[in-house]
Ligand binder design. Structure first.
Ligand code: GLU
Length: 485
């Protein structure tokens, strides 16, 4: 049997971390077994589905490296299949039209509640006569289609994650709606539980791997598989991603969509690595950093936890920094360019690559996220950056004006491009010429050249500033501040 799995996001929002993590588990499982990973966009909810969310989902999956072998398939283009199936279920007497109004359903539930019963549909329209149906239609009621659920059935499956799961038919809320009322045709709008089953059958899905929040849908879907005469696939329900308080991670927790993580400066490799660890652990549990291909080799559901997985920012940050610190500067620079551009820095990757790579090397080891580089390197890109307050206070100390003047003179005498060695040499000579203490020299030069008291290596920064012709102007400005002090 060839493993065929799918990810089936609804384009009612940006690609959510939970969906992405489910995609990762499906992908790993497919790759482990040499199977297929299929992408299906579940866009039957016409009011809430939007093309920009579909775009975001496709981009996000591609960015993460979740390459799909088939699709994307769009449910909105497959309505004929669903309609045919509904007709067939109606014809076989496995489904029927229910004409209850929302008010009637509310009243039914209110009574059940008053009796202390769980709310459910009481199957009251299961056996309507053609005359009763005609009368409801004459009233202008629009029916929904319900699939019959036998209260006495017991439904069980062996979940890949949770082991044996058993449900009673009577706990499924009564006959379920498989198509919503709609005036444009006699079938209405087919709903999730039905269409997901029809598609999974049609696409030959062998393993349905999805979030635990769908576990209550599975018994209903198994009944539909049976009614449709299809083989029931395997099911695996993956643990939810939880926030620090142990509740399901939601929009209220802030960042939840993959594009947000990307904008914050996480790399796809680190994020995918981290998501893999959200609920799964490799056979060597001490191994926290791995590539997708490695995880695919080792992936199995035996090592997927039942318990929810707490989202841990510290671990994600740590992993991200590991990836960034190990990244060759030519890749790092590629990663940094979008963030620099976003910050408004003029970046010319084609014309300026060597300089940009040196900048990347300079800050690379200090980065936790790619976006950290924008503030860290502002002094290199923004020639008009003013000196900050701390820098001004430093520049106004005694002896600094003489020092800076000496540095300027020595720098003007420089006939070849400044190197780290020649920069160090200038520092040495200027220290002697101005007769000041060495500690004061480095602090003052940092203040003068980088406009701040803290930052990346000073000498390397100076060489980079010099290459851009910014160091003389900074020294002149700093000298002005020093003399005014
Ligand atoms: N469209 C559903 C979702 O986004 C898919 C659930 C499933 O995998 O069956 O949650």
């Amino acid at each position: 049997m060839t493993v065929r799995v799918r990810i089936a996001p609804s384009p009612t929002g940006n690609l959510h971390i939970g969906t992405a993590r489910t995609a990762v588990f499906n992908w790993l499982f497919a790759r482990h077994h040499g199977g297929q990973f299929i992408l299906r966009i579940e866009d039957t909810d016409l009011e809430r589905s939007r093309p920009e969310f579909t775009e975001n989902i496709l981009e996000g999956l591609a960015w993460l490296g979740m390459t799909w072998d088939e699709g994307p398939f769009y449910q909105s283009q497959r309505l004929d299949l669903y309609r045919q199936a509904i007709h067939s279920l109606l014809d076989q007497g496995l489904a029927y039209r229910c004409y209850c109004t929302p008010d009637e359903l509310d009243e039914m539930r209110a009574k059940q509640k008053a009796r202390g019963d769980a709310p459910r549909y009481d199957n009251r329209h299961r056996h309507l006569t053609p005359e009763q149906e005609a009368a409801f239609l004459a009233e202008g009621r629009q029916p929904v289609i319900r699939f019959k659920i036998d209260d006495d059935r017991e439904i069980a499956w062996t979940d890949l994650v949770r082991g044996t799961v058993t449900w009673k038919g009577r706990d499924l809320g009564g006959d379920m709606v498989i198509a919503r009322a709609a005036s444009q045709d006699d079938i209405g709008q087919p709903l999730y539980n039905l269409v997901v089953v029809l598609d999974d059958i049609d696409m030959g899905i062998t393993h349905v791997i999805r979030g635990e929040d769908h576990i209550g849908n599975t018994p209903k879907q198994i009944l539909l598989y049976e009614a449709l005469g299809a083989t029931v696939p395997e099911f695996g329900h993956t643990p939810l991603i939880l926030n620090q308080a142990g509740a399901k991670l939601s929009k209220r927790d802030g960042v939840t969509s993959i594009s947000d993580f990307q904008a914050m400066g996480y790399t796809a490799e680190a994020l995918v690595n981290y998501m893999t660890l959200l609920g799964w652990s490799p056979p060597d549990a001490t191994q926290e950093q791995f590539l997708l291909a490695e995880a695919a080799q080792q992936f199995s559901f035996d090592r997927v936890n039942k318990a929810g997985a707490k989202f841990d920012w510290d671990k994600l940050n740590w992993l991200n920094s590991q990836y960034l610190h190990a990244m060759p500067s030519e890749d790092l620079v590629q990663g940094l360019v979008p963030y620099w551009q976003q910050a408004g820095y003029a970046v010319d990757l084609a014309g300026d690559r060597p300089w940009l790579e040196q900048v990347a090397t300079l800050v690379g080891q200090s980065l936790v996220r790619l976006s950290d580089a924008t503030d860290m390197t502002r002094y290199l890109f923004d020639a008009d950056l003013p000196h900050d307050e701390e820098a001004i206070a430093q520049l106004q100390q005694a002896g600094v004006a003489d020092l800076l003047a000496a540095v300027q003179t020595l720098l003007a005498e420089q006939t070849v491009p400044l190197t780290e060695d020649s920069a160090k040499d200038i520092v040495k000579q200027a220290t002697k010429a101005a007769g000041v203490k060495k500690g004061l020299v480095m602090r003052s030069l940092r203040a003068a050249l980088t406009c701040a008291m803290h930052g990346p290596d000073l000498i390397q920064s100076w060489v980079l500033l010099h290459a851009k012709g910014v160091d003389q102007a900074r020294l002149t400005a700093a000298l002005g501040i020093a003399q005014a002090g």
